[in-house]
Design a protein around this ligand. Structure first.
Ligand code: TMP
Length: 237
């Protein structure tokens, strides 16, 4: 397959057209941003880890019955994915209070929920990705009622599977963000990435943060944390 013109450059990835109908190539960068791009930096080797990790997890989820955009890993940083139109919602599932949830509701970080939660943010950088509810999303035609039902069902199923994969690695899945897309025929599939950029991952024994919060909060040891979770995942393949 041949890479053609660049379609889009995001904060952490570039997307290219290809000579194959319905297929794109994503290329993972080491660039890191936080707080809607206000904080910028580089996490050396991150693109390689995120590419590999996301592909491993997406392939496992496919086996578990979740349709994804994954097609084929090309090299360290590049993957072939199915072309989708992204549903402009960030789908956030949480098992334990942290981050914006803790701030918004005054809940101490680490409080384990009675049951997992889901929330949506409207993907819109100018507005700072504001929280949005189902009715708003439907009113704004961001997704249909049926699509939201599918997305919620998949998101909770992804949570159960990811929680179990990570548990085997001695890692607690605190929360994560997913994005979904529509194929040409309207089918909803899991898209974007699943990585330490988009998940909170805590060492199950020590509680140490092994994800992008080390960058967001200037905790140091960012590269080591990414390498550590990647190592644990590959040791439990
Ligand atoms: P939050 O607590 O800041 O709302 O983040 C919830 C989860 O979503 C956390 O695992 C980090 C992830 N996330 C992203 O992947 N992209 C984003 O832009 C934000 C704000 C959070």
């Amino acid at each position: 397959m041949e890479k053609r013109n660049q379609l889009y450059e995001g904060k952490a990835k570039k997307v290219y057209e290809t000579d194959a109908q319905g297929l794109l190539i994503v290329s993972y960068k080491d660039d890191a941003t936080a707080f809607n791009g206000l904080k910028k930096g580089t996490i050396s080797g991150k693109g390689i880890i995120n590419n590999r990790m996301s592909n491993i997890l997406m392939q496992r989820l496919e086996k578990g019955g979740i349709p994804t955009h994954f097609v084929e890993e090309l090299n360290e940083r590049e993957t072939v994915v199915r072309r989708v139109s992204i549903v402009p919602l960030e789908v956030i599932v949480r098992n334990i209070a942290a981050g914006s949830f803790s701030q918004r509701y005054g809940v101490v970080e680490g409080e384990v929920f009675a049951s997992p939660t889901i929330e949506f943010s409207y993907k819109n950088d100018e507005l700072g990705d504001p929280l949005i509810n189902d009715y708003h999303a439907i009113a704004l035609k961001l997704a249909t009622v049926e699509e939201l039902e599918t997305i919620k069902r998949y998101a909770f199923a992804v949570n159960e599977q990811l929680k179990s994969f990570w548990k085997d690695c001695g890692v607690t899945l605190v929360d994560f963000k997913l994005e979904f897309g529509r194929l040409g025929n309207g089918t909803i599939v899991l898209a974007d990435e699943i990585s330490p950029d988009t998940c909170r991952l805590w060492d199950s024994r020590t509680g140490e943060k092994l994800d992008k919060d080390r960058f967001r909060r200037d905790l140091g040891g960012v590269e080591d944390a990414y390498a550590e979770v990647m190592k644990r995942l590959t040791e439990h393949l």
